[in-house]
Design a protein around this ligand. Structure first.
Ligand SMILES: CC(C)(COP(=O)(O)OP(=O)(O)OC[C@H]1O[C@@H](n2cnc3c(N)ncnc32)[C@H](O)[C@@H]1OP(=O)(O)O)[C@@H](O)C(=O)NCCC(=O)NCCS
Length: 148
């Protein structure tokens, strides 16, 4: 399959909003406007927003950055969004985008890639496992703050 991966540009905004179908965000366009602002328009070399194109149509995107890390751990590559349009899933596009963002992040000097995933998102868990991501040495802890 002929897939190319390139940096996102301003014209990709509408398609990215449309591809983000599983989102629980209240204001999806507003959320992505903010992300485009910081990850596309600002040209910050630490921030990466890539899209995958098939026959000239955007079919997926991935967003990540070099992120300072807490707990005495050095900065790492952090991927916080990856989506492929349902019609072309399980064809290797997600993996291609991950490989490319990993290659770029490594060039920037990081040696570890991190992400976070909902335990109920079995497809995403299978995907991350399939591309070699494993549980890291830090776990998320949380507590519900109840009303007084
Ligand atoms: C997760 C997602 C990005 C995967 O993209 P994709 O292009 O379908 O994934 P790939 O085809 O590159 O899969 C790579 C590997 O992941 C695993 N994998 C992917 N989808 C899988 C599934 N549905 N079931 C089991 N394994 C799966 C496989 O090991 C696969 O390798 P293989 O084809 O050689 O067996 C896509 O399913 C998606 O957009 N989901 C909705 C958004 C989402 O949940 N994003 C992640 C959380 S932010």
């Amino acid at each position: 399959m002929d897939i190319s991966i390139r940096d996102a540009v301003a014209d990709d905004f509408e398609i990215v909003v449309a591809l983000d179908d599983g989102s629980k965000k209240d204001d999806k366009p507003g959320y992505w406007r903010g992300i485009f602002e910081h990850y596309v328009y600002e040209n910050n070399p630490d921030r990466i927003f890539l899209v995958a194109e098939k026959a000239g149509t955007v079919v997926g995107f991935i967003v990540g950055e070099v992120r300072a890390w807490e707990f005495g751990s050095p900065p790492c590559g952090w991927v916080f969004a990856v989506t492929v349009t349902p019609e072309v899933r399980e064809l290797g596009i997600g993996m291609r985008m991950f490989d490319e963002i990993g290659r770029r992040l490594k060039k920037m000097g990081v040696t570890t890639l991190r992400t976070m995933v909902d335990l109920d998102n079995k497809r995403a868990l299978s995907f991350f496992r399939g591309i070699g991501m494993r549980s890291g040495r830090y776990i998320e802890l949380e507590k519900h703050l109840l009303n007084d």
